[in-house]
Ligand binder design. Structure first.
Ligand SMILES: Cc1cc2nc3c(=O)[nH]c(=O)nc-3n(C[C@H](O)[C@H](O)[C@H](O)COP(=O)(O)OP(=O)(O)OC[C@H]3O[C@@H](n4cnc5c(N)ncnc54)[C@H](O)[C@@H]3O)c2cc1C
Length: 290
C-alpha cells in the first residue's frame, strides 16, 4: 500500500497546476518543492502572456498561485527530492532521510541550467553526492567538500561536519557565509573531479584539494541523475502526449520536458500530467493492467 497516490516534485507553474488538478480529483498528494515556489516566477518582471492576468509581475503571479493553493488546502513541503526508485509496482521517492512510497510521480523540476563539472557524472555514487543529509553518515573520519549554489545549503554543510573529520565549503553565490567554525570556507572555482575508481581530489582554479567526498548542492538535479533508466531527449525528459515517460507511473511536465520555456506551457502540461496520473491510478485500483 503506497503512502501517496501522487508525489509531485517541484513547485513552479507545472507542479502547482498538477497539484491543483490532482487535488480537485481527490487524490492523496505530496508536493516536494520550496517555500518561495519558483525563483523563475518570483524574479520575473512583467508577464504579458498569462491568460486572464495581463501585466502581472512575478511576485503577483506567485501570490495568485499561493491564494489558489491555500484555497484548496494544498501544502508545499519544503524539501528536495534526492532520488526516485522504480520498484516495479510502485515508485519510491527519497527526500533527505525520508522515503515515500507512491503509485505515481510527477516530475516538474524545471530545466537544469548549471553545467556539470568535469568528472562529476563518472563519479556519481563513487564519492559524488547531491544530498548531505542522505550521505553524511558515510563520512566519519573522512574529508569532504561541499559545493553550494544557495545559502540554504549552509545547514547541510553544518550537518556533514557532525560526521566528517574535515569539511571544506565552496560557495557558488555572492554574500556572507555562515557555517560552523570548524568548516573551512574556500572562495574558489571548482574545475575537475579526479580519481580512479572513486573520488580522490577536487581540482580548483587555486589548486588541488584531496577529498573523499564531493557534495554538489544545486537547486535542480538532471532527471537522469534522479531516476535510473529514464529516457532523455538531449537534456530533456522524453514524454508522450499524456506526459508519460518510459517509466511506469512516472510523468513529467514543464521546462523539464523541453522548449518553449513558458509559464502557460508548463501549467498546461501540469494539468495533463495530473489527469494522466489519475487515469493510471484509477486503472491500477480496478486491478487492470497499467
Ligand atoms: C527572468 C525570467 C522571466 C521569464 N518570463 C517569462 C514570461 O514572461 N512568460 C513566460 O511564459 N515564461 C517566462 N519565463 C519562463 C518561465 O519562468 C518557465 O518556463 C517556468 O517557470 C517553467 O515552470 P516549471 O514549473 O516547469 O519550472 P520552474 O518554474 O523552474 O520550477 C521548478 C521548481 O522545482 C524545484 N525543484 C527542482 N528540483 C527539485 C527537487 N529535486 N526537489 C524538489 N524541488 C525541486 C525548483 O526549486 C523550482 O522551484 C521566464 C523565466 C525567467 C528566468
Amino acid at each position: 500500500m503506497s503512502d501517496y497516490d501522487i508525489v509531485i516534485i517541484g513547485s513552479g507553474p507545472a507542479a502547482i497546476s498538477a497539484a491543483i488538478t490532482a487535488k480537485i480529483r481527490k487524490k492523496n498528494i505530496l508536493v516536494l518543492g520550496q517555500k518561495d515556489l519558483s525563483p523563475k516566477v518570483a524574479k520575473s518582471h512583467t508577464i504579458h502572456n498569462y491568460p486572464g492576468l495581463p501585466e502581472i509581475d512575478g511576485p503577483g503571479l506567485a501570490k495568485a498561485f499561493w491564494d489558489h493553493l491555500d484555497n484548496l488546502g494544498i501544502e508545499i513541503t519544503d524539501a528536495h527530492a534526492n532520488m526516485i526508485y522504480d520498484m516495479g509496482d510502485f515508485l519510491a521517492v527519497q527526500s533527505g532521510q525520508n522515503m515515500y512510497q507512491t503509485d505515481t510521480v510527477i516530475l516538474a523540476t524545471g530545466v537544469v541550467s548549471e553545467k556539470h563539472f568535469k568528472g562529476e557524472d563518472e563519479h556519481l555514487g563513487k564519492g559524488v553526492s547531491y544530498c548531505a543529509t542522505c550521505d553524511a553518515a558515510l563520512y566519519p573520519g573522512k574529508t569532504a567538500v561541499v559545493i553550494a549554489h544557495d545559502p540554504k545549503e549552509e545547514a547541510e554543510a553544518d550537518f556533514l561536519a557532525e560526521y566528517a573529520k574535515k569539511v571544506y565549503y565552496i560557495p557558488m553565490y555572492e554574500g556572507e557565509v555562515h557555517v560552523k567554525d570548524s568548516i573551512e570556507v574556500l572562495h574558489t572555482t571548482p574545475l575537475d573531479i579526479v580519481g580512479e575508481d572513486k573520488v580522490e581530489a577536487l581540482e580548483t582554479e587555486d589548486g588541488h584539494l584531496e577529498v573523499d567526498g564531493i557534495f554538489i548542492l544545486r537547486e535542480s538535479v538532471a532527471p537522469d541523475h534522479l531516476i535510473k533508466g529514464i529516457e532523455m531527449d538531449n537534456n530533456h525528459v522524453k514524454v508522450d502526449r499524456n506526459m508519460a515517460t518510459n517509466i511506469k507511473g512516472l510523468f513529467a511536465c514543464g521546462d523539464v520536458t523541453g522548449t518553449p520555456y513558458q509559464y502557460v506551457k508548463a501549467a498546461g502540461e501540469g494539468n495533463v500530467a495530473a489527469l494522466s496520473a489519475v487515469t493510471y491510478i484509477d486503472t491500477k485500483k480496478r486491478g487492470e493492467t497499467v
